[in-house]
Design a protein around this ligand. Structure first.
Ligand SMILES: Nc1nc2c(ncn2[C@@H]2O[C@H](COP(=O)(O)OP(=O)(O)O)[C@@H](O)[C@H]2O)c(=O)[nH]1
Ligand SMILES: [Mg+2]
Length: 229
């Protein structure tokens, strides 16, 4: 596999406890891979760490002075900055296993338009509230996408890959479908894409070993906005 054609886009907000290990794993396991850190103004050492790692292959996007902060806005900036044919989006907290990047890339290189890493198991310390939010959002999302059959799909996944130019076209033709301050950029993309273009790869969503989840009530509101768009 030629990983020069692949960029991994990682949205970050204060992930200095895990970002170095993640970048190192990606650079060590996938020769010549590109990494784009889309950071929303971390106040910890995330920036220093990312900028100190393998200069040419690790790009740091500083969104600290952006008018809109958010996971979706950060990923969209990462996609706009992507210089390779393909990209994969993954979290910076090691809950998405870097070992799966190769499998996702293989499917993209075979011609799949969008490859979703689907959670077959959540190996996490999620409480009742978080489970209710996650399953509730998935169910409402499935209903929103009803005319197309997405029922077996992890439409809330934050771990997925696409061909960059195609994705930029989808975004350019459907700007209103996206909620920049939201958390679910994949869902916004799926609203604009035909079902048959999708392929899934299973993985186990790991537990967060460092730092805290940033998911909050305002993200629930942005998801409701996204359902209505
Ligand atoms: N750029 C950016 N990244 C974010 C934001 N919120 C969360 N993230 C990052 O998105 C990824 C997933 O966030 P996380 O809080 O772990 O979500 P969870 O796994 O669903 O609980 C992590 O890499 C976070 O650092 C944000 O507002 N902006
Ligand atoms: Mg997480």
């Amino acid at each position: 596999m030629d990983y020069r054609n692949l960029s991994v886009i990682i949205p970050t907000l204060n992930e200095d406890a895990s970002i170095a290990s993640l970048i190192r794993m990606l650079l060590d396991n996938y020769p010549c891979i590109n990494v784009i850190i889309a950071d929303d103004g971390s106040t910890d050492s995330t920036r220093r760490i990312a900028e100190s790692m393998n200069g040419k292959k690790v790009v740091f996007i500083d969104r600290s002075s952006s008018p809109v902060h958010g996971l979706t806005a950060s990923v969209l900036d990462g996609i706009a900055a992507c210089q390779t044919k393909y990209f994969i989006v993954m979290d910076g907290d090691l809950q998405h296993p870097p070992e799966k990047v190769g499998e996702i890339f293989e499917r993209l290189a075979q011609g799949k338009k969008i490859v979703i890493a689907s959670r077959e198991k959540v190996d996490s310390e999620w409480g009742v509230k978080r489970m209710a939010v996650s399953y509730g959002a998935t169910f409402l999302g499935w209903l929103r996408l009803l005319p197309r059959n997405y029922f077996s799909c992890d439409i809330m996944s934050g771990f997925f890959g696409m061909e960059a130019s195609m994705c930029r076209q989808v975004i350019a033709h459907n700007p209103a479908a996206f909620v920049p301050e939201g958390y679910k950029v994949l869902f916004d993309l799926l609203k604009c894409m035909p079902r048959e273009d999708i392929c899934q790869v299973k993985y186990v969503f790991g537990s967060r070993q460092f730092g805290r989840s940033k998911l909050g009530a305002r993200h629930v509101i942005s998801f409701v906005k996204s359902l209505l768009k």
